[in-house]
Design a protein around this ligand. Structure first.
Ligand code: BG6
Length: 471
């Protein structure tokens, strides 16, 4: 449906930008920080760097926040490294790590930028992983304790919290992310136990947040992608619905309604992968209520039914990772969509689809916490980065928010990935997302100088006018 006129953005719309700790901070072992599963990772895709220095934001706090202020950000979404606060996950607190985030948050508040804090973005403390990670319920207690330290320290300054970033990606693609030692299908039962335990931990933290503060808001942050049926064949439609439920709704139904999605549960039961649910777990999840839904959107997925014994093809993978599953679905190339240089589909109207679906399913305010274009950027001879392709990508997605607002959806903010260049999760530094270029490559740290890209000035104008600049 088209509208003759699209609504303006609400005056208090939260224009922001996002990052995560391990992809930006560097200083991986400084000032008492303990190792996370990211730090102890042994393999990286060929030609990509590790995360030891990243974009070195740990040593550029004042400079970077001043740039965010110049950009005009209303909010900055970043994550706290659990291992800076509690180096081994559940032992002694680390005052230097705690002080670091006070410095960052105070700097943001100085410029009137609201901190939007992710508690956990893929970087589980390695010491907890050694003890079985999320498969061991000890990690549930450790996460609650860590969250309560964050509430104690930053609760008077932070009013919006995100619990866990992309829990669904950690479960579905944990081996690609390096976040789990478990490999292959035989590991799925353990993975779905980890999944369950994470939900229990999240529920405890949401309840604690509401008990401690009257004015703090908290929500989950999964990655949500629309799943299209490859054809009008009823089998393809069912395959798409199944994958939709297993990839997306499983995660939001538990976080919002405290219920296992029926289709997803059927899938788990059929394969013998149901988690052990302890007494009280489901009551806890029912009692925990998020105030909003944060979600990350990059692309859509197109799937079809898979015949018995049929090879999983390489049609159009989920974030270039998932291509299908025996007895469930196969990825199919969507010929209507263009691709980025890294092979990800570009689908702005898929963004409208998920905004509508999430809103009409859960009726909670929503904030987009990741969306962006990973591209090779070139620092040209004039000392600039002319990333008109990124501007075009962002403009097309932002326009979809206006369509969704016209559809009656309550979107309260947009925080694209990423505020500043960082080390991508799968493809190193060469794959850049930021509004601010960082002068380094995968094999040369160079000057680490910060340079405003053309997209920086474009987003700055957009935020100033609370409207898309005319093309
Ligand atoms: C999301 C993650 O899955 O996608 C980010 O939350 C990640 O950490 C982003 O960087 C983009 O993926 P990639 O592999 O291009 O960095």
């Amino acid at each position: 449906m088209k509208y003759a006129q699209l609504p303006d953005f609400p005056a208090d719309f939260l224009w922001g930008a996002s990052t995560s700790a391990y992809q930006t901070e560097g200083a991986w072992n400084e000032d008492g920080k303990g190792p996370s599963v990211i730090d102890v990772r042994e393999e990286y895709p060929e030609g990509t760097c590790d995360y030891t220095v990243a974009t070195d934001t740990y040593h550029h706090v004042e400079e970077d926040v001043a740039l965010f202020s110049e950009l005009g950000l209303k909010t900055y979404r970043f994550s706290i490294a659990w291992t800076r606060i509690v180096p081994d996950g559940d032992g002694e607190e680390n005052p230097a790590g705690i002080a670091f985030y006070h410095r960052l948050i105070d700097e943001l508040l100085k410029y009137g930028i609201e901190p939007l804090v992710t508690m956990y973005h893929f970087d589980l403390p390695a010491a907890l992983d050694e003890k079985g990670g999320w498969g061991n319920r000890v990690t549930i207690d450790a996460f609650e304790r860590y969250a309560r330290i964050l509430f104690r320290e930053y609760g008077s300054k932070v009013k919006r919290w995100l619990t866990i970033n992309e829990q669904n990606m950690m479960i579905l693609h944990g081996d690609a992310l390096g976040t789990t030692k478990l490999r292959g299908m035989e590991a799925k039962k353990d993975l779905y136990q980890q999944n369950h335990n994470m939900f229990v931990a999240q529920a405890r933290v949401m309840i604690a947040c509401h008990e401690l503060f009257d004015d703090a808001l908290i929500g989950p942050a999964p990655n949500i992608a629309p799943v299209y049926a490859a054809t009008e064949s009823p089998e393809d439609v069912i395959a798409a619905e199944n994958w939709y439920a297993i990839r997306n709704w499983l995660y939001l139904d538990l976080a919002v309604r405290g219920e296992y999605n029926g289709i997803a549960w059927g899938y788990l039961r059929e394969r013998g992968w149901e988690p052990t649910i302890e007494e009280g777990d489901m009551d806890l999840m029912k009692a925990a209520k998020p105030d909003f839904i944060a979600f990350n959107y990059y692309n859509s997925q197109t799937v079809g039914a898979i015949a018995e014994g049929e090879a999983i093809n390489d049609g159009s993978g989920d974030q270039q990772i998932a291509w299908g599953e025996e007895g469930l679905y196969k990825a199919v190339k969507n010929t209507h969509l263009e691709h980025t240089s890294f092979g990800w589909t570009i689908d702005p109207s898929g963004f409208r689809t998920v905004m509508r679906q999430i809103w009409f399913r859960y009726q909670l305010p929503m904030i987009l916490t990741e969306n962006g274009l990973g591209e090779f950027d070139t620092l040209t001879e004039d000392g600039k980065i002319h990333d008109d392709y990124r501007i075009e990508y962002l403009a097309k997605h932002i326009e979809q928010i206006q369509y969704a607002l016209a559809d009656g959806v309550q979107m309260i903010g947009y925080c694209p990935w990423s505020a500043i260049d960082l080390v991508s999760t799968h493809q190193g530094v060469a794959k850049r997302y930021g509004f601010i270029f960082v002068d380094r490559t995968d094999d040369d740290l160079k000057s680490l100088a910060r340079i405003r890209k053309d997209s920086f000035f474009w987003y700055q104008e957009l935020i100033k006018n609370n409207a898309l600049p005319s093309a």
